[in-house]
Design a protein around this ligand. Structure first.
Ligand code: AHG
Ligand code: MN
Ligand code: MN
Length: 337
């Protein structure tokens, strides 16, 4: 069977469907090349001494207050280096950097802003489970040549491209440009991404949920009620049994939902009042929310559509509930009543 490569797919989107301008297409190509390089590094693992914490004494802390893994730092550098000189970007922002990363003056500048979580699920690196990369593309506001933090603070509904990669048994790239969700598998011999799932659709109903249940005592009442009812199974108010999965890599959990449905929840908790949730809005929740919506699912904070949240800072955290539409409706119903 002659499948399309990512390059062919993007060319068709540009010329046949006018769904992607040339400079955005080339930007996505560059991001996909960086993802290939990250995939190679992730795959080397202990052979290249790439496991474990970053920093000389193993104590490098990022802006989130979290210890960086070596691969967090390497993946961030790969994305920065790959995207600096192509001429498609006005600036970048990353989970691993406090403020926006300017395009050096010696390089041409473009019209887009790229945001990324270079390595998602990094607690899984040393145990050899799936990790990934998440990215989001926004337009740089008109007339802005040196973007600062405020230029990035656009709601998720204004994204022009969102995607993520999972470095699992195979490396898969999932992408939306606002015309459905498509998945590409990395052919390691050819070095190209090959279209393996077109127009992914998420079942509207599900009997599978994903949550870190150890936080139950810190949740708000509606979330405790919702999960307690799922756990009660057939005999409880929901009248059916539910299965649970938690990979602790959002990329892998979301890919499962794109494959067989489900609901993923990282709710608000009262562990640390300065953090209204674990996941970050701009480069985790927003791109995933758009992908999920484009695949026929729903994504909410419990109180509002995720894509409508007006950001107030680059690294702000947000409660996340996404996946099969009818299940997301139940949990947001509990938050609204
Ligand atoms: P990151 O590795 O980029 O900090 O993100 C990890 C996120 C997400 O991938 C996952 O769903 C969640 O954190 C896991 O949280 P717990 O450790 O609480 O299970
Ligand atoms: Mn992450
Ligand atoms: Mn990360």
């Amino acid at each position: 069977m002659n499948r399309a490569t990512l390059t062919r797919f993007l060319i068709d989107e540009q010329y046949d469907h006018h769904a992607v301008p040339a400079d955005l297409r080339l930007l996505i190509e560059v991001v996909s090349r960086a993802i290939k390089a990250i995939s190679i590094n992730v795959g080397k693992g202990a052979l290249a001494g790439l496991l474990g914490d970053a920093g000389p004494g193993g104590a490098s802390i990022n802006v989130q207050g979290e210890a960086q893994k070596k691969l967090d730092v390497i993946a961030n550098e790969i994305l920065l280096e790959a995207n600096e000189w192509g001429g498609h970007l006005a600036a970048m922002a990353s989970e691993e950097m406090e403020g926006p990363h300017a395009i050096p003056h010696r390089y041409p500048k473009g019209e887009y802003l790229l945001l990324f979580d270079p390595l998602d699920g990094s607690s899984n690196i040393d145990v050899n489970a799936s990790v990934g990369t998440i990215f989001s593309v926004l337009r740089c506001p008109d007339g802005v040549t040196d973007p600062s933090e405020k230029d990035f603070l656009q709601p998720g509904r204004d994204q022009v491209c969102a995607g993520f990669a999972v470095y699992g048994p195979s490396t898969v790239l999932v992408l939306t440009l606002g015309r459905g969700v498509h998945a590409f598998t990395l052919d390691r011999e050819l070095g190209s991404f090959v279209l393996t799932r077109e127009n992914i659709r998420i079942p509207v109903d599900t009997q599978e949920f994903a949550i870190n249940l150890s936080n139950r005592r810190f949740w708000e009442a509606p979330m405790q009620r919702y999960i307690d009812e799922l756990l009660a199974g057939k005999a409880g108010p929901r009248g059916k049994d539910f299965n649970m999965r938690w990979i602790a890599s959002m990329v892998a959990d979301v890919f499962r939902i794109l494959t067989r449905g489900g609901i993923f929840l990282y709710p608000r908790d009262n562990k640390d009042p300065s953090k209204p949730g674990r996941l970050r809005l701009m480069y985790e929740a927003n791109p995933m929310a758009w992908i999920i919506e484009q695949a026929g699912g729903a994504a909410t904070t419990g109180r509002e559509r995720l894509l409508d949240v007006i950001p107030t800072s680059l690294h702000q955290r947000v409660p996340v509930m996404l996946g099969s539409k009818n299940e997301v409706a139940v949990v947001s119903g509990y938050h609204q009543s």
